[in-house]
Ligand binder design. Structure first.
Ligand code: DNO
Length: 660
């Protein structure tokens, strides 16, 4: 995660200096002084940006550019406000600020009934008490039909408790609901709220959704052109309140928005606390489903006392939401993108340390510092206790399509990788590309897997750099047209040179040797190092052709079958030396060695053979290189310490299916 912190500008009781000292790099801010619907002038954006820069940080996310009510209702004047919104986007992009958080909750933004729920230690947290909200709705707002929106027992308790409310309590609850929350658009009186509710009498869930999608489709092309990512903030609490529809509360809501607004840059602010405000939400599931278009993250937790009543958790990690798993998913998503996402610790307790300053509700210094420290510790632990972290991995064939992805994954999990390629220049290019992504524990090595002297030189270079070898990945290999017979079967009609009898012996030998001997020599050289060192593990690369040969590729299939057999042999032989030997059998992935067999020249249309493959793959698709990452890490790490001699297919079911 890129560590971020919300700053309320010059009105904030917390200074930029203090924020910097919290250790964050990214500031989340807005032009809070601008009215909702105004165009944000470039000079004002620049001034704020300068202030943040002078403090040593970057203003990278806007939270929020609020959406004018007329856009939500599509009522008089909305076109002008959309134009204004677009102009603000242009101005932000001109300043290089390209992530924008906003929400589409009618009238009210996020809602709490108590901003100072006291915990036993005297610190306070924000609370949403369903009974208090119900009592407000029934007896202060006096909304018609309100009763049916609350469970019967909540209504019963509200009726019983409201007569006992002091006028101070009435004021606290109304103020908490209608005003006082930072980031909300307008503070309202009860009368004003009632008036505004009327305007929504004819706007139901469906209509509001339509208005959101229209608005987004109107601004999406411009945002795309400007490189702006729009990150809608989920409803909080995530369900209808006061009879107002809320349309961004659940997994289905998010996916519907993705579908109706088909632009990658129109995505989500993944706010764990807001989503957690509905007991039925499964935030982990939502993250997985929404991952690709998550552009910004808020981490915090909630604790339920009963029904729909919750308070914000005093600990950002524990509570209803599984933050540990979400952090893990976030790290995976960041690895997939090769880019970090801005995260801010959302809200925090109000503690003694802040007693002399007036912080915005939820936005204390101390409480958020604690939250940030917890999140940072969690991320650190997840990144550094990974089982491949610190391992020295020699990776042959590291510059190929699959190798590149796997190497990056291993580096991102803390391994040290010798990137071995036939040509030094390719290995160096790969190492430089990894360095650009921030992975510097990589060493470029020139290695010809068929030449023992070359492999031994590589061994010496790795030992010189890191002093040991823990893992060998034998990914070098491949097929070649010269080792392939063009005809699937021999019939009277095919030319003899296209059959087995036309096979070029040199071509056959090359492919067979490259795969089998190219696995054997590095195994012999590096397993000796591991044996001397007390152990290690080897991962060979097999193929679907190892289980059952495929037409045309006799040399390749025979070699891969040999590797599968050799994996078992070597596993047996080296088990007493604490060396495990396993293999991975990728199903069908488009790589440079098989492209000519599976795709036509246009690189899109499947060849007849490509179609056959898809038809025999129960999952009906080719694999993507990242599909091999977790299986690879598993087989390399101590997670699989009792697994040796196996060949693990990662194939969408290809091996399992007979084709009939
Ligand atoms: C609460 C915040 C919200 C959020 C807006 C986004 O603490 O998460 O105020 O900024 O809903 O528009």
């Amino acid at each position: 995660m890129k560590q971020g912190w919300r700053w309320y500008g010059t009105n904030d009781a917390i200074s930029l200096k203090e924020i910097r000292q919290a250790g964050v790099t990214d500031v989340v801010a807005a032009l809070y002084e601008r009215k909702c619907g105004d165009v944000w002038p470039v000079e004002e954006i620049k001034a704020r940006q300068e202030a943040v820069r002078n403090a040593g940080m970057e203003w990278s996310v806007v939270e929020s550019v609020p959406v004018h009510e007329s856009i939500k209702k599509r009522s008089a004047g909305y076109k002008k406000y959309i134009e204004n919104y677009k102009q603000t986007m242009r101005n932000l992009a001109e300043c290089g600020i390209k992530t924008v958080c906003y929400n589409f909750m009618p009238i009210l933004d996020w809602t709490r009934s108590n901003l100072e729920k006291e915990l036993p230690d005297g610190s306070t947290v924000l609370e949403y008490d369903d009974v208090a909200v119900c009592a407000f709705d029934l007896f202060l707002l006096k909304r018609k039909g309100a009763e049916k929106d609350y469970p019967a027992d909540v209504v019963k308790r509200a009726k019983k408790e409201f007569p006992k409310w002091s006028s101070a309590k009435k004021k606290t609850v109304s103020d908490s609901i209608l005003l006082g929350l930072p980031g909300t658009v307008d503070d309202l009186t009860i009368e004003e709220f009632r008036e505004q509710l009327k305007a929504y009498a004819n706007i139901d869930d469906k209509k509001l959704r339509g208005n959101l999608y229209k608005f987004l489709n109107e601004i999406a092309p411009l945002c795309q052109e400007l490189g702006i990512k729009m990150a809608i903030h989920p409803d909080d609490p995530p369900r209808p309140i006061f009879g107002l529809p809320r349309i961004l509360s659940t997994e289905a809501d998010i996916l519907e928005m993705y579908e109706k607004v088909p632009y990658e840059n129109i995505g989500l602010t993944f706010c764990t606390g807001s989503l957690g405000g509905n007991p039925l939400n499964d935030e982990v599931r939502i993250f997985k489903a929404a991952a690709k278009r998550i552009h910004f993250v808020h981490f915090r937790n909630v604790v339920y006392s009963e029904g729909r009543t919750f308070n914000e958790s005093p600990c950002h990690l524990s509570g209803k939401v599984d933050i540990a798993r979400l952090m893990k998913l976030l790290i995976e998503e960041e690895n997939r993108r090769g880019e970090q996402i801005v995260v801010r610790p959302d809200h925090g307790r109000f503690m003694e340390i802040d007693k002399n300053r007036k912080c915005y509700a939820g936005y204390s210094y101390g409480g958020r510092l604690v939250g940030l420290a917890e999140l940072r510790g969690l991320e650190y632990a997840l990144k550094h206790t990974d089982d491949v972290a610190g391992k020295v991995i020699v990776f042959t064939g590291a510059t190929g399509v699959l190798g590149t992805t796997l190497v990056e994954d291993l580096l991102s999990h803390g391994a040290k990788v010798a990137i071995c390629g036939l040509k030094l220049a390719d290995a160096e290019t790969a190492v430089a590309a990894m360095a650009k992504k921030g992975y510097t524990d990589a060493l470029p090595i020139e290695m010809n897997v068929l030449d023992r002297a070359s492999v031994e030189a590589a061994r010496d270079a790795v030992l010189k750099k890191w002093g040991r070898v823990d893992v060998l990945v034998n990914a070098a290999g491949g097929n070649h047209p010269n080792g392939t017979s063009p005809a699937e079967q021999m019939t009277k009609d095919v030319k003899i040179e296209d059959t087995f009898f036309g096979l070029d012996m040199a071509g056959f030998e090359f492919v067979n040797k490259l795969n089998f001997i190219g696995t054997l020599i590095p195994s012999q050289v590096f397993c000796k190092v591991m044996a001397d060192n007390g152990g290690g593990s080897v991962l060979n690369f097999c193929s679907m052709a190892a289980y059952q040969p495929m037409t045309k590729v006799a040399a390749y299939a025979a070699a891969k079958a040999g590797i599968m057999n050799f994996t078992m042999w070597l596993a047996t032989h080296l088990a007493p030396m604490n060396i495990r030997v396993n293999a991975l059998a990728p199903g069908f992935f488009i790589t440079n060695q098989n492209r000519f067999l599976l795709l036509e020249k246009d690189e899109k249309t499947l060849t007849a053979r490509g179609n056959k493959v898809i038809n025999k793959t129960p999952m009906r698709k080719f694999g993507e290189p990242k599909d091999l990452c977790s299986a690879t890490r598993f087989l390399l790490s101590d997670e699989s310490s009792f697994v040796t001699g196996v060949t693990l297919p990662v194939d969408g079911g290809f091996v399992a299916y007979s084709g009939v």
